[in-house]
Design a protein around this ligand. Structure first.
Ligand code: NAP
Length: 279
């Protein structure tokens, strides 16, 4: 039987088992997908277990995504550019590290806001952490629109922008009001919004009426940012779709069938988010 995993530390919060087990059941595949809590110091031993053939591969989450790159035989060009791996698979005896967050981010926008990339004037990303790298990579592969990178700690935005070249412009929060007037896509990639927080100096009335606002935070599903944007009549896209779509390539690597992100999967994960929120 083909087996796959998600590793992280902690791991109890991960929705990946729910997603992959849904597809295993729906597609009637006899396979297994299990979570393992692996602290950083135990990562090399776990990778050894993959090499013995115990698993076809699996997902990697915080805090192992960067560290695992050094333990792979090869990285896909995407994982190498992002500098982090969220999906592992074995091919011809080689352990390959991929990163599917950029794919998931674009697939979610394509699904929920088709045409978002047509005539895009500029994109503004709030946040310069690990997730931002994947979003910049995704946007640069899809559009030539300039990308503004706004971060509380400006030096972090500068370092990240340097890695991608002149189309990514690092800025401080004080420039936000001016930037928003030319922003066609506004993305929250900070952890703000998980506890009802709002961004300083983010006046959504400055955005063009045609702007799309997306948040990669998905707990809660409707973040204060999305709520405020929807009240202004702006198109909004929540972060759950990114999580669902990033899982697609991994499932195909391990189980050989490309699964679909359908409404019933989304409803199942939404119900879990809601139930855990109430617990
Ligand atoms: P990270 O590396 O820890 O970066 C956190 C970012 O949030 C940094 O830019 C940080 O700014 C900013 N930030 C934190 N608190 C802030 C505050 N009070 N005010 C302003 N900025 C603040 O995290 P990450 O891995 O990039 O993830 C960011 C979020 O994306 C998380 O909530 C994660 O769950 C979510 N995510 C979702 C998906 C998905 O599939 N939907 C995928 C990946 C991540 P400083 O640099 O100034 O500290």
């Amino acid at each position: 039987m083909t087996r796959a995993f998600v590793i992280g530390h902690p791991i109890a919060h991960s929705r990946s088992p729910l997603i992959h087990r849904y597809w295993l059941e729906q597609l009637q595949i006899t396979g297994q997908y299990d979570p393992y809590d692996i602290p950083p110091e135990a990562l090399a031993d776990f990778v050894g277990r993959i090499r013995t053939g115990e698993f076809a591969g699996g997902n990697v989450t915080i805090p192992l995504k960067e560290r695992v790159t050094e333990l792979c035989d090869e990285l896909t060009p995407t994982a190498a550019a992002i500098g982090a791996v969220n999906t592992l698979f074995v091919l011809d005896g080689q352990l390959i590290g991929d990163n599917t967050d950029a794919y998931g981010f674009l697939a979610n926008l394509d699904d929920k806001a088709p045409g978002w990339d047509q005539n895009l004037t500029s994109a503004t990303i709030l946040g310069a952490g690990g997730a931002s790298r994947a979003l910049i990579f995704a946007l640069m592969n899809r559009t030539s629109a300039p990308i503004n990178l706004v971060n509380r700690t400006r030096e972090r935005a500068e370092t990240l922008a340097d890695a991608f070249g002149p189309s990514v412009r690092p800025t401080g929060q004080e420039e936000l009001p001016d930037l928003l007037a030319h922003t066609g896509l506004l993305i929250n990639a900070t952890s703000l919004g998980m506890h009802d927080e709002r961004h300083d100096q983010l006046d959504l009335s400055r955005l063009p009426k045609s702007a799309v606002v997306t948040d990669i935070v998905y707990v809660p599903l409707q973040t204060p940012l999305l709520d405020d944007a929807a009240k202004r009549g702006l198109k909004t896209v929540d972060g759950l779709g990114m999580l669902l779509h990033q899982a697609v390539p991994g499932f195909e690597y391990w189980f050989g069938v490309r699964p679909e992100v359908d409404n019933s999967l989304r409803q199942r994960i939404e119900a879990d988010l809601f139930a855990r929120d109430k617990a």
